[in-house]
Structures are given as C-alpha cells and as structure tokens.
Design a protein around this ligand. Sequence first.
Ligand code: GCU
Length: 410
Amino acid sequence: MIQSAAAALPPGVNEDESKVPPYTLPDPLICQDGAAVKDARVWREKRRPELLRTFETEMYGKTLLGRPSQMRWVTLEEKKDARGGRATRLRIAVLFDGRETGPRMELLVYLPLEAKGPAPVFLGLNFEGNYATTDEQDIPLPTHWLNNEAAAGVTNHLAVAAARGHESQRWQYDYALAHGYGVVTACYCEIDPDFHDGFTNGVHVLARPQGPGDWASIGAWAWGLSRALDVLETLPRVDAKRVIVMGHSRLGKTALWAGAQDERFAATISNDSGAGGAALSKRIFGERIENLNKNFPHWFCANYARYNGKEDECAFDQHELIALLAPRPVLINSATEDRWADPRGEFLAGVAAAPVYRLLGTDGIARQDWPPAGELVSSRISYFLRPGKHDVTLEDWKAYVAFADRQVKP
Ligand code: GCU
C-alpha cells in the first residue's frame, strides 16, 4: 500500500505547505456557459446535473446500472440478543441479479434494541470482510475474494479464522448502538474485487464498462451502497430517511460519490478520503491524480488519466463533489498525520463548497480557517481533525455521532 513515508515520497509529490502552488478553484456557482447560479432552481435544474455529468465523464465514470429488476434479498439470520443484548443483528444476502450464483453482497446489520422508533443508520463498506469487523464468533467466514492482509494472516485472498475481528476497532458498533444508531456494513471486495481484472468480475459482469467514461471500481462500490439502501428502505426498524453513508480512505471516496449520485442518502461522512475524495487536487499536496491512476488503474474511469500531472488543467475540483451533496449534511473527517490525504486540502474543499450550501439556505461551514485538532466544526458542512494516523478510531466515531446528533437526527 502506498503511504506517506516522508523520506520516500514518489516523484512530484509535495508534503510541504510552503510549496503549494498558487491555484484558482473553479466557482461551483458558475455554469459551463458562464452564467451565474443565482437561485436554488438554477442550481437544481442546470448546474447540479451538469456538475454530476462532469464527475461521471471525467473522473468516476458513468454508473451503468440501476437497481436490477431481478434483484432480491434473503435474510440469512436474525439474532435478537446480539452484542450482549444491545442489538438485533441481521445478516442479509443481496443477490444482485436474483441468482444464487450471481454477483452478491452480504449485509451485516445492527439495530439498537431500545430504539423508540425506526433508527437512523450509519452505512459503510468495510475492507476486510464482515467477520473482520467484529469479534463475534458466530459470523461465518466469508468465501469471497479478499485483499491479502499479512498482519491478519490473510495471504491467499481467502478469509482465515485468525482475522476475525481484525478490523473491529474501525467499527465501533457498541458506541453507535448506545447512542441510538444502527450500523450496516458489507465488504467492498464482494461487490467488486479490488484489483484490475479488466472489469470481468464483481458487479461489472452485469454491466461492463465499454468506453473511457464508464464506471470502474469506485463506481461499482458506490452502486453497492445504493443497493444496500434499497434493502434498508424495506426494514421497518430502519429510518430510511436518515441513512448516513460513510467510508474510510478509498471507501470514503466511494461514500462521497454514492452520496453525490443518490440523494436518498440523508448525509455523508468522508473519513481520510484524500485524493480523489474530499481533498482538493489543485493544491498538489500529498497524493496526486497520477499516483491514483498509476497505482490503482481500476478505481476511476479511463478519462481521469488525462489529468495525470495536469491538475491545473482540470475544469473541476473536489469541492464541487462536496457541493453535489448540498444541502444535505456532510462531515469531512481528517487525521493530523495523514499528510498523504492532505487534511488541510480536505477542509478547504469544505470551505469552497459552502457558497452552494448557503445558496440553498443552510449555514454552510462554521469556520474559514483550518481548526486545531480535536475541535468539531459543527455546521451543515462539518469538519473534524483527529490527532493521529490514517485510520478509523473511537474518537472518529465520537465525531460521527456528534455530527449525526446535531445535523441528522430529528
Ligand atoms: C492508498 C491510496 C489512497 C487510499 C488509501 C486507502 O494510500 O493512495 O488514495 O485512500 O490507499 O484506501 O487505504
């Protein structure tokens, strides 16, 4: 995995704030034909669709599939006294084209037992498999392809018992449940394995990209989040109008793209999503477009490679992705030591998206200058900088819940 060891940065990568070049961000409220967006109607009918098309064509690729008419799901398990009696746990197999043998994902669902009504829910994909998000011994080992994770003993792309719970620190189920939230996850590798196979596996078997502007892996993962929401909409104990789509790192990029495309998501949380996620590309700080496209050629559509080394030629930047979430709440979560993801650039994207949020009648972002670590900037665009490394911790979950309590709960 490419990381930010200061001594060994790839060529052309800058992690020195004083070397950020002068740059001008495109104004999200100016249309491609030069017209200014002066009201919510023009934003909604003209500018938002054109920006969405830009991100589709130039970056993430067009999502080639909606909800397949044959899609169905099967509840594999409902356990009423999970997590020491705090939660109902469901495992739901989602068969994307209706076939047992076709592309699928398994949802792991936790719902708070003491909820007064339908519960708001955090929905996010996980890296290592559902069984790795929890120490519970009765979650079966998955059989789908997994990333190798030497530290957890996963070396043949297959789940091993020793990796049970390996990622559990990132999934603070009990904390969320205690605060009245459900949590739902699925493994992104089941929706589309995270390697470049020419798009012949995962959900791409149902709609293979044909051209350089068609979906790739981030598009497929984001699509999976929308299909999870289709299922959540049918569960009476879930408040489907309050589903917060979230994700860390590449899955934070994915959550932002899912939230931008699917307005049923009530709110979005980006955790350390960095380049190709919340961070501004034009700052040329930390990971660059070229690093993304060379190291992970299957994440974005082929057109995105046109901007390798040419951030200055990009007619869009990531603040406009955040603007596509407006007026819905968004939390941009960063970590101080995660320079590869440019935490300051993530904050500045929030600041530059705020005019759209204000046009749509919200408070935008409550702070213009980068806050110190540990202070939650609380507004429709919220921001939190956690001390420490690229990761998800209990402290991040505390910020998620504080954000959701203020911005999402009724
Ligand atoms: C790499 C990649 C990042 C990505 C991260 C992750 O570090 O360069 O863009 O966010 O992996 O997903 O863990």
